[in-house]
Design a protein around this ligand. Structure first.
Ligand code: BT5
Length: 239
């Protein structure tokens, strides 16, 4: 594992994607400040100032594991929840990969496949975690109720130590995860969930689907029930 430290960058995911040829498998790129952080579907990730985490894993797994690639975000959400729990807090996972504390969003994960000239170059798996923030800045985040680890614990957080813990947690079972896929984390993922057995509205592109969240299957997909019929979602945003 190699680490690349940047003082300031537009987006660690952009930087990792642009320079992917220069990075070996399992490189971690992190920045102290991120000026144009991205979420999914051109949403923004807000930089809440010094002491927060902006990081991208550069992964170059074999094609043999491609069925598992979509589940890497879920794997990272479980790793993050495990680390948060060591700070004495309970983390919840909202399908597919939002991590919440007391119902408030503390982190965001963005996975991007990098294909250049038809060739698969790797995966850039980005994560932002709010570690040290002021409540007034948190209140400025649009559309979501958010929080930060310092607010939840009442203590300043050592961002370097947190990053190292998360990176270790991720790589300690990464190869095993590629081999075994979502089933390996299914139990942990479900034990931390905050969405099952609830009536959900889920935005899937321009459509809103609704139904009762019945289960998460072995591929990490959400199984919804509506009018005695079950259907499966692979992507979407729980509203
Ligand atoms: C995400 O998107 O949650 C994925 C965010 C990934 C950020 C990391 S930081 C390192 C790497 N480099 C990047 O450029 N990105 C990755 P999504 O599910 O689309 O959620 C975005 C929504 O989360 C926004 O529209 C806001 O409502 C909310 N949000 C933005 N900034 C936030 C923050 N700091 N804390 C909590 N919520 C935030």
């Amino acid at each position: 594992m190699r680490e690349v430290r940047l003082e300031e960058i537009n987006s660690t995911n952009n930087y990792a994607k642009l320079n992917i040829d220069n990075f070996e498998d399992k490189t971690v790129v992190y920045a102290l400040r991120q000026t144009s952080g991205r979420g999914r579907l051109s949403r923004k990730w807000v930089d809440l100032g010094e002491g927060n985490l902006f990081m991208s894993f550069v992964l170059k797994p074999s094609d043999n594991y491609k069925d598992v690639f979509p589940n890497l975000t879920q794997y990272l959400s479980v790793c993050l929840s495990n680390v948060i729990e060591r700070y004495g807090l309970e983390a919840q996972i909202k399908w597919p990969n939002d991590v919440l504390i007391n119902g408030k969003k503390i982190a965001g994960i963005l996975s991007e496949s990098v294909v250049q000239g038809g060739i698969f170059k790797g995966i850039v798996l980005g994560i932002g975690v709010n570690l040290n923030a002021k409540q007034s800045d948190i209140d400025g985040i649009p559309d979501k109720i958010a929080t930060a680890l310092n607010i939840e614990t009442g203590k300043d957080i050592d961002a370097d130590a947190f990053r190292k813990e998360l990176v270790n947690e991720f790589f300690s079972n990464y190869e095993r995860f590629l081999e075994n896929g979502f089933e390996m984390i299914k139990h942990a993922y479900i034990s931390k969930n905050c969405f099952l057995d609830k009536e959900l509205n889920i935005q899937v592109f321009n459509e809103i689907k609704n139904g009762l969240a019945k289960s998460v299957n072995d591929r990490g997909e959400l199984v919804l029930q509506k009018d005695n019929k079950e259907f499966v979602l692979t992507i979407g945003d729980i509203l």
